[in-house]
Design a protein around this ligand. Sequence first.
Ligand SMILES: C[S@@+](CC[C@H](N)C(=O)[O-])C[C@H]1O[C@@H](n2cnc3c(N)ncnc32)[C@H](O)[C@@H]1O
Length: 349
Amino acid sequence: MQVSCPRPTAARNISISQQARSTAFVRPVPPWSRLAAFSAEASRLEQFQPPFQFSSFFSPEDTLLCVLAGERALAAHLGSSPGIVELTSGSGLVGFRLLSLGPSATLFGVDIDPDAESCARANAERLGYAGRARFVCMSLWDPVMEAVLRGQRTDILVCNPPYIPEPPEAGLPVEAGAGADGSAHLRRVTALAYATQPETLVLSWCSLCDPAGVVGDVEDAGYQLDELFVVLIADGEYSGSVHNYLLTLPTAFLNSSHETLRVVAPDGAARFGYLLMSGCFSRTATTSHDGREAMRSLCTSFRDQGASALEGFRSSIEGRIWLLDRWDEITLRAILHGPIAAPVYTVSP
Ligand SMILES: C[S@@+](CC[C@H](N)C(=O)[O-])C[C@H]1O[C@@H](n2cnc3c(N)ncnc32)[C@H](O)[C@@H]1O
């Protein structure tokens, strides 16, 4: 966008050209250099620019994080024609990304939002996946959900669910809230995985929703955490709106130190930082709790020491940790809008 401002004292003729110009977004401050920038992974989103549509509750950061865990899962199935089932599929983006990498994979998506179902179907048509992708509108808690899953080929079960803890007296919108400790959908998906035994499980969750309990439950259901993906981020629309409630929950891990706030929000507009996470799990005959221990160690270190605890964090689980600060959050959203068109203002002398 080019803007030249008129001097305040003199009247000028201002002409506005509606000609579209591509605008480069420039960060006003450099990112914290001690963690890799999550925006470096964003090229995966470029195939989802308009006319691709998003359903009403979509956020690029947790969806991209789920994509990374999904790619790790798909790599283990590439010799076959894997059946992918995506629960809480929204726009279908995670599944479509996997279809683009697995030419013989198929996708079955489930979401409670009827608009998400039609949005995902339209996206499948536009991307040329209509022959390999089906979507239904259904709740995870529908009594026939388990039977529906048993009727699908499910090699990889994916879920990027809501996971914000909901204060009992003030519920969040259905797309965002996930019960008193934020783990309701995650525990339901774990129970469905236990019942239907897919080979691979891909989940996303966060440090606010009983992370050690959630991962421990998945391990108890017969899965091991193969790889963990973590992003440090500032509070958002929903997580920020329940800040006081989060402070009462022993299972919610956040950090509000001066250093963390400066790292996640150099613009000064954050109340706390927390961790978004995703993981790739595989079915195993031996029960281990390495994932639960990794969660406990990571989340308590972060709660007690803030951003600097993440640099050089080590555990027995393979993993990667990135930073997504406020400016890079904007970058992710800008990528999904495609080239930004803006009117160009010029002032005649
Ligand atoms: C974090 S969003 C997932 C976004 C998705 N990755 C995308 O690309 O749009 C969570 C989704 O869970 C869905 N959802 C919420 N409660 C549900 C339930 N009980 N059963 C099925 N889907 C549900 C919402 O409608 C929303 O689309």
